[in-house]
Design a protein around this ligand. Structure first.
Ligand SMILES: [Zn+2]
Length: 410
């Protein structure tokens, strides 16, 4: 390759240009710096020394001197919000919005900040209004996400569904909780007094299944278990026993883990139709494949009531051996005591399972430990609850509860 020496002249030339540019930058920076008030540096210093209170005072001073500096107002506003000083945060952002000379992009930004202030302050009505204004702006996406959260917390499922639809027009983002919104609508329709709106509930469930298909929800997902459970409830209220059985048994097949939630209902259905033994056999077989404490409880009690004490104990012994569980033992003793009470009046000192042992004392000892374990637990925030929740009351996340008790998860 030929190399022409005269090209070398560009090297010092480029260096020279670089030096000039740097000098120009430094000069400009110095002149800008000289224009900044002292309070600005004081504030920065306090911030670096982790003294946010004094930093805020200094910055407020600067903001008073130089009311044009919008960036400083934004920074102050978010500092206030982070520290939970909501009134001050709201005031800063409102004052920005009152400015007639504020460019449109910054106006939207201020509106978004103000909406977040209201949300954090728990002023849901105002937050909702403030976010709604942003639907046609660059902040539409975060605004819609926030609106969905607000409608959810207000249990306004219709508007939550509309907001999800709007979100979908902007971004292809899965919103799996949409199925639950329709389930909530269905349950609300069923709870109408004095007469439930069964038709509306069924329509909402059809929408729920459609939403699940659109979101490609897994066939064993909790949301579809919920749909089947509500459908079973509706069938029961319409005295359609076969449909009720079909829906409950579909859960055993599709989502076997959830059997514990519906076992009692399914057994009751078989018992009402005069076929209690078939129901028990079905659940017993399911337990062999998918053991869980809730199912153990139902099967053991049914065996004790339908068959005899010795077969029920044999089942309990085998289960506790293969899955040692304090809670299982507790349930066993509880059922045993209840049965003893039923069979021999209120005299619980006469024992059935282990002659000579004081089951009442034994159970009270065990029960003290199992109280803590007898709970469902949120995988996201750790909130514990006695009943099963589709949405965590602690952190509002959906489907964070496994249909298993704490002892089985630990
Ligand atoms: Zn939670």
């Amino acid at each position: 390759m030929d190399f022409e020496a005269w090209w070398l002249i560009f090297v010092p030339l480029l260096f020279g240009l670089g030096w000039l540019a740097a000098r120009f930058d430094i000069k400009q920076m110095l002149s800008e710096t000289r224009n900044l008030p002292d309070s600005y540096f004081k504030g920065l210093n306090f911030l670096l020394n982790e003294e946010p209170d004094r930093a805020i005072d200094a910055f407020v001073e600067v903001a008073k001197l130089d009311s044009e500096t919008t960036e400083l107002h934004f920074a102050l506003g978010s500092l206030f919000r982070r520290r939970g000083e909501m009134e001050r945060a709201i005031r800063v952002h409102q004052s920005l919005l009152f400015r007639s000379d504020l460019p449109l992009a910054q106006r939207d930004h201020a509106q978004h900040e103000l909406a977040q202030d209201y949300l954090k302050a728990g002023m849901l009505d105002r937050a909702e209004e403030a976010f709604a204004v942003l639907k046609q702006t660059a902040f539409a996406l975060p605004a819609l996400r926030a609106l969905i959260r607000i409608y959810e917390s207000e249990h306004d499922w219709g508007r939550a569904i509309d907001a999800v639809d709007s979100l979908r027009t902007l971004v292809d983002e899965p919103v799996p909780q949409l199925v639950h919104y329709y389930c909530e609508q269905a349950q609300a329709a069923l709870a109408i007094k004095p007469t439930a709106d069964v038709h509306a509930a069924q329509q909402a469930l059809t929408q729920a299944v459609r939403a699940a298909e659109a979101a490609q929800v897994a066939p064993d997902s909790p949301s579809l278990v919920r749909v089947a459970m509500i459908r079973a409830g509706i069938a029961g209220s319409l005295q359609d026993g076969m449909a009720k059985r079909k829906h409950l048994e579909s859960i055993l097949k599709q989502s076997p883990e959830f059997a514990g939630l519906i076992a009692q209902d399914l057994l009751a259905h078989y018992t009402e139709s005069g076929d209690a033994a078939t129901g028990l056999n079905l659940l017993h077989a399911h337990y062999q494949q998918y053991p869980s404490l809730d199912l153990f409880n139902v099967v053991f009690r049914a065996m004790r009531a339908q068959q005899n004490a010795s077969s029920a104990w044999a089942f309990a012994r085998a289960s506790l051996q293969s899955h040692p569980s304090l809670l299982g033992l507790d349930r066993f003793l509880e059922a045993e005591l209840a049965q003893a009470e039923q069979e021999r009046g209120a005299d619980t000192t006469v024992q059935v399972a282990v002659p000579g042992a004081d089951l009442l004392l034994l159970r009270s000892l065990i029960n003290r430990h199992t109280q803590r374990l007898d709970r469902y637990v949120c995988r996201s925030c750790g909130f514990q609850a006695r009943r099963y929740y589709w949405q965590c009351p602690g952190c509002n996340a959906w489907e964070t509860y496994k249909p298993r008790r704490l002892e089985e998860i630990e």
